[in-house]
Design a protein around this ligand. Structure first.
Ligand code: SF4
Length: 236
């Protein structure tokens, strides 16, 4: 990896020189770019990209497979610390984004709307601007009720085990099995945009068989009602 990265940098810089471009990849004062310096990048992708955690689980399952020493592959590599920290950072980043949205007058609808505002305010007051914790601290903080907010597909899950409709046998929300009747749902304008995009995807699928088409119409109708309720509350 180290050799390939060095060659890639060389290639980019040669291209920039030949094309008389002023931009290039400067020398790194911290030394050569090695695989272990991408630990946080890898953790970011595992935690924040769809399917990332599954990929990580597969990776941990293959203990014989090590990308490079100390980078990933087994528990002793220390990589789980990166994941715990990245998960914590992700939740705090999301809370900070929501806080900015609410402070700018952003609207939120759904049965858990008030709880989402409350948790966001508490999470921001407690964690934003705080120095990076250790892995153990991050794991403890991740259980804090104010950080139990998860971004799903067109939905914010303000998780509460007592009222969750998806999590009968799981310790947390099962976002892929989110139920529209759940009391833990809150929606921001971005979530509503996701629903609009989902409706337009459904509408483009004109060749579906009748049963699927009818189900699609029903889903469209449900989504449209959610969108109208969100807009209706805003104009109150
Ligand atoms: S059904 Fe949806 S909103 Fe309710 S707990 Fe599960 S993921 Fe969260």
């Amino acid at each position: 990896m180290t050799t390939d990265i060095a060659r890639f940098i060389e290639w980019v810089n040669r291209y920039c020189r030949d094309a008389h471009r002023p931009d290039n990849i400067p020398r790194d004062p911290a030394g050569p770019l090695t695989g272990s310096r991408f630990r946080r990048t890898l953790a970011w992708h595992i935690v924040r990209r769809p399917g990332g955690l599954v990929a990580a689980a597969v990776q941990y399952g293959h203990v014989a497979t090590q990308i490079t020493q100390g980078y990933a592959g087994n528990y002793a590599s220390g990589f789980p610390s990166e994941l715990a920290l990245e998960r914590w950072l992700e939740r705090v980043d999301d809370a900070a984004d929501l806080d900015r949205y609410f402070k700018a007058g952003g609207h939120v609808s759904g049965p858990a709307a008030t709880e989402l505002r409350g948790r966001t305010a508490r999470a921001v007051a407690k964690y934003v601007g705080r120095t990076m914790p250790t892995r153990r601290q991050a794991e403890t903080m991740l259980a804090d009720p104010s950080l139990q907010v998860f971004q799903g597909d067109g939905v914010h899950c303000v998780f509460n085990m007592e009222t969750a409709l998806c999590a009968r046998s799981a310790a947390g929300p099962v976002l892929g099995d989110c139920r529209s009747a759940c009391k833990n749902i809150a929606r921001t304008d971005d979530d509503i945009d996701d629903l609009r995009a989902a409706i337009s995807d459904i509408e483009q699928d004109t060749l579906a068989p009748p049963i699927r088409h009818n189900r699609a119409l029903q889903l469209t109708h449900e989504k449209q009602q959610i969108i109208e309720a969100h807009q209706g509350e805003r104009s109150l």
